[in-house]
Design a protein around this ligand. Structure first.
Ligand code: NAD
Ligand code: MG
Length: 308
């Protein structure tokens, strides 16, 4: 958390301060840092902001039941915190190595008086993906929001440096897992339910060193556009979020080169990377009932760079 600022959202006598988006959060150059995959948000410098201090809810998701993969850190954690503050019960999935980050999220959800369900496990296994949905449904007492957010990203200078095992890990986590999870979840989703996928600007503007990852993000974007058409008649909305460079563990645990990290986000018109907290409102908006005519869309959050 970078900023400890008193939130005035509930106080009608105070107007909200104008915030210059170029100055709101840290800019490059960043310190060199590398963590073993999958990385921990709590060990990053500076620590990412997931809205822990700033996000204020207003009951927009009261009584909803959400399953979020990769809910321990990054975008998934920002969504988990915001959802709990909007009145939703939340189950998060993460890898066992991410327990320190996950514990913090579980505490934050409980602090809002909502149900918090922690389901560690590896999404590269179909049997686990099926169990994950069963456990979430049991723990939450149902399911009406699914966020397929977890992903694997490792930078490799050449296609020749990508082993079949690497390629398989990226495909299994980013493409197969959402497929398996969605199939398991669908029988539980009633009309009014929503599916949200975290895709990327890499889907439409791929980097040379993210050859395998970029393909999976194109698949995620197509998942949204196809499934929205399939599930529209059933009253289930499907949308995507396409971030640009966001300050998360994925980037410091092999997702970016040290050189890219040092100037991370510096190439965008806003001159800095985004923070997960800056995506909270998009995940809430796409899940809320007042966006009932929005489906098959991909929302970009990329500091003025890239295309969703
Ligand atoms: P993050 O590291 O905080 O989140 C990724 C999560 O994926 C991890 O926390 C981990 O729990 C989960 N994960 C990875 N492999 C897994 C496996 N085998 N089993 C179970 N869980 C696994 O990073 P993030 O940047 O918040 O990533 C969230 C989403 O955002 C991803 O879909 C990513 O592609 C997307 N995204 C990130 C950026 C960025 O710059 N950070 C940009 C565009 C898109
Ligand atoms: Mg994590």
């Amino acid at each position: 958390m970078m900023k400890k600022k008193e939130n005035k959202a509930g106080d009608k006598s105070v107007s909200a301060e104008l915030e210059d988006p170029t100055k709101k959060y840290p800019k490059p150059p960043f310190k060199k840092q590398k963590q073993p995959w999958p990385g921990l948000a709590c060990k990053m410098d500076p620590m990412p902001d997931h809205g822990e201090i700033s996000y204020v809810g207003s009951g927009r998701l009261t009584g909803r039941k959400a399953l979020i993969t990769g809910g321990d850190s990054g975008m998934g954690r920002a969504a988990a915190i915001a959802y709990a503050r909007e009145g939703a019960d939340v189950a998060i999935n993460y890898l066992p190595a991410e327990e320190p980050d996950a514990k913090q999220v579980i505490e934050l959800i409980k602090k809002e008086g909502r149900k918090a369900v922690a389901i560690p496990g590896d999404l590269r296994e179909e049997a686990f993906c099926t169990r994950l949905v069963e456990k979430a449904v049991k723990g939450l007492g149902g399911l009406d929001i699914l966020i397929n957010n977890a992903a694997h990203q490792q930078t490799r200078p050449s296609i020749l440096d990508i082993s079949a095992e690497d390629f398989d890990s990226t495909m299994k986590t980013n493409v197969y897992a959402p497929f398996w999870i969605t199939k398991a979840a669908l029988p539980h989703l009633k009309p009014g339910s929503v599916i949200i996928v975290t895709t990327s600007v890499q889907a439409t503007d791929p980097s040379p060193e993210l050859f395998d990852y970029a393909q999976t993000k194109a698949a995620n974007t197509s998942y949204v556009r196809s499934l929205a058409k399939q599930l529209g008649p059933k009253g289930i909305r499907v949308n995507g979020v396409a971030p640009g460079p966001i300050w998360t563990p994925l980037q410091v645990s092999g997702g970016a080169t040290m050189e890219k990290l040092k100037n991370f986000g510096g190439h965008t018109p806003l001159g800095r990377p985004g923070q997960p907290a800056e995506l909270c409102s998009i995940y809430v908006q796409l899940a809320a009932s007042d966006s009932s005519y929005t489906t098959g869309q991909v929302y970009g959050v990329a500091g003025g760079d890239g295309q969703p």
